[in-house]
Write a protein that binds this ligand. Sequence first.
Ligand SMILES: C[S@@+](CC[C@H](N)C(=O)[O-])C[C@H]1O[C@@H](n2cnc3c(N)ncnc32)[C@H](O)[C@@H]1O
Length: 206
Amino acid sequence: MSNIKDYILSFITLDNNLLGSISEEEAQRKDIQPGVGPEVGKLLGLLIRLIDAKSVLEFGSCIGYSTIWIAEALKETCGELLSIEYNENILTEAKKNVERAGLDQVVNFRLGDASEIIKSLSGPYDLIIQDCDKALYPEMLEECIRLTRLNGIIIADDTLFKPMGIPDKFSRPVDEYNHKVFSDDRLYSIILPIGDGITISIKIKE
Ligand SMILES: C[S@@+](CC[C@H](N)C(=O)[O-])C[C@H]1O[C@@H](n2cnc3c(N)ncnc32)[C@H](O)[C@@H]1O
């Protein structure tokens, strides 16, 4: 598997110069969680271009790694991103990084708890990505479906935690999320084994 991963990574160029240094910083710091990584970043860029997304919603900005991948794609599609993060200091860093990346015109940030803010949003969004507290994934799914346009995309990161042997506290809710999306007839879904697993669902019915 690592040969395959290394082979794939050998092709992936970074869409913004800042992405490499943000990855290095994430690897050194203990106070932040890792970003989605280059394979998932590239996939986000690909999907946004594929569906010509104009409005994207992200839960869990951290210091802006995934935000920058998404915003680079939205710069091309003339779209915009709303990115939500509840840690004020981390959000300040994300804002600085997005500004340094030259993408602040594309991104709006909101400080607060994603599970509360989501209820106040009206959408519709072309693409939504969940990468905040894993325990919230199943709970927030219904709101994500409500906010996604027909044929829009709902993505969840870290969804292979269970087979990776990650502690139950984190793996159980993402496993529950996977079961929920695969048994929901409004969604058409797949799990891809890149990064720590990514579940992609298309909303095929209201
Ligand atoms: C795995 S990190 C996100 C990584 C980011 N998507 C990237 O690829 O660079 C998860 C982030 O979600 C934030 N978070 C966790 N629970 C949250 C919540 N309920 N509302 C908003 N943000 C939350 C954490 O503070 C953390 O920065």
